[in-house]
Design a protein around this ligand. Structure first.
Ligand code: FES
Length: 481
């Protein structure tokens, strides 16, 4: 097959064959491809850097990462949010080495240049503040205004979710997201539908896996195929969300999987979701009566609100915002970002969402649930980690790398959608249209196509031409009431 070793590395689009549904293993292991991703994809994509509730007060900061670059999410004295490159302008030292906190200024540990919370090189007089020995070293001529921390030029706060983009030419966040915003809404709105009334639990769960970052994105954006086999033990031992071994997903008993109504949604922009807007995820069955009461009331209130607004009730994922922000917006709600470390190593960060006005017993219940279910020690996440790590190891060999992965599920059977530049999978469980669309967009970014070219390509979509089998339901913007 088409490997860089044999042919020299041309465009990565040569390694993603959407006609046959074959994708070269090289894109998961190759150093040069990883370098191109860091150079052309991550500095141009809108990336999730944190939640506004992590920096509620002036002086608050949170250390985050954008591709290969460490950044600081900060809130200044006026309440403005900034995203700053966490690298000193003098010799590049990481000016802040803490995960989060509150400070008057960041003083570089190396030679003590100091920066205010909005990134400016401070003017404070004295040898140990601002720029030490300003007179002796620079004859007081250093132009401090030019040497503040580098600002990320594009920041967008969407219902508390903070996104940033390094490219001044990048399209707006709204254009980049498109109709996928419905999934972000369900993530950021409260369980009862109150807009943006959520926050994150303090602390971010972080761990490393020995596999490529794209395994994570792909898994969330539509790999419902793995659930029954990979997570069989979770269901078997009865540690679903309610602690009763049930998720109130009657359709799961139906052919061992999801109902037909849960067709996946794939966006030409590279985003993908494991469901569609018409598919309403039932809330789980709780062992505790007070939890049952709380969630039943919240679900009811949300349904009434959305129906009054003529909005569909579905769209809860799991899902991935291209390229590396994955999340579940149903139950539970959490955000997972796959930070690339190397072609075969990824640092995974998980944020856990809770309604701002959730009572203490709900917070406590959710906290325990999140620990039990997610993260490296959680019952679900460790299943996935095993798969990704072993898949990577078994794909690294000289012979293994000659053979592509198979992405042929539902090839040519995609179903049209009412959503802008989107299609649906032909089947609820099987169907890899989301992954194919993700890797197509990935190749376009990684091959460094210009913004006009990317925009033009995003208008075209030949996947929705397949005729929908009569047996399958309509799955457009919303189901008929
Ligand atoms: Fe920061 Fe020198 S590297 S002050």
């Amino acid at each position: 097959t088409n490997t860089p070793e044999k042919q020299g590395l041309g465009p990565v689009s040569d390694l993603v064959d959407l006609g046959t549904g074959e994708i070269s293993r090289e894109i998961f292991v190759n150093e040069e491809i990883f370098r191109r991703e860091m150079e052309h994809l991550f500095p141009r994509a809108w990336l999730f850097v944190g939640h506004a509730s992590q920096v509620p007060n002036p002086g608050d900061y949170f250390s985050s990462q954008m591709g290969s670059d460490p950044v600081l999410l900060t809130r200044d004295d006026k309440g403005e949010i900034h995203v700053l490159l966490n690298s000193c302008r003098h010799r590049g030292m990481r000016v802040c080495r803490y995960d989060e906190g509150n400070t008057m200024q960041f003083t570089c540990p190396y030679h003590a240049w100091s920066y205010s919370i909005d990134g400016a090189l401070v003017e404070t007089p004295g040898d140990l503040h601002g720029v030490p020995q300003m007179k002796a070293a620079y004859d007081n001529k250093l132009r401090k205004k030019q040497w503040g921390l580098v600002h990320c030029p594009n920041i967008h706060v969407y219902k508390g979710l903070v996104f940033a983009n390094w490219d001044p030419e990048a399209p707006s966040f709204e254009e980049y997201v498109g109709d996928f915003h419905w999934w972000l809404d369900n993530l950021a709105d409260a369980f009862d539908g109150t807009e943006g009334a959520t926050e994150v639990f303090r602390g971010v769960l972080k761990w490393r896996i020995k596999s490529n970052w794209k395994f994570v994105s792909e898994n969330f954006l539509g790999d419902t195929y793995h659930g029954a086999s990979t997570h069989a033990s979770v269901e078997a031992v009865g540690i679903g969300p309610g602690g009763k071994g049930k998720r109130r997903h009657g359709e799961r008993q139906d052919q061992g999987g999801f109902s037909k109504g849960r067709m996946k949604t794939s966006f030409r922009l590279g985003h993908g979701a494991s469901d569609n807007l018409a598919y309403e995820v039932p809330y789980p069955e709780f062992a505790e009566p007070e939890m049952e009461e709380y969630f039943a009331a919240a679900w009811q209130k949300r349904a009434e609100k959305l129906r009054a607004e003529d909005r569909p009730l579905g769209g809860r994922g799991p899902a991935t915002l291209f390229p590396n922000m994955s999340f579940a917006a149903g139950f539970p709600r959490s955000i997972l970002v796959a930070h690339p470390i190397s072609p075969t190593e990824t640092e995974v960060w998980r944020w856990f969402i809770v309604d701002k006005d959730a009572p203490e017993f709900v917070r406590e219940w959710l906290r325990h649930y999140y620990m039990r279910y997610g993260g490296p020690a959680g019952m679900t996440e460790q299943d996935d980690m095993e798969n990704w790590d072993y898949a990577t190891q078994a794909s690294l060999g000289v012979v293994a790398r000659r053979y592509p992965y198979n992405y042929q599920q539902g090839l040519g059977q995609e179903l049209p959608s009412d959503l802008d530049r989107a299609v649906h999978s032909h089947h609820a469980i099987a169907g890899e249209v989301n992954a194919r669309a993700f890797y197509r967009r990935w190749a376009e970014f990684t091959d460094n196509l210009s913004w006009p070219e990317l925009e033009e390509l995003a208008k075209t979509d030949d996947r929705a031409t397949a005729v929908a089998p009569d047996a399958l339901p309509e799955i457009g913007r919303r189901e008929e009431d």
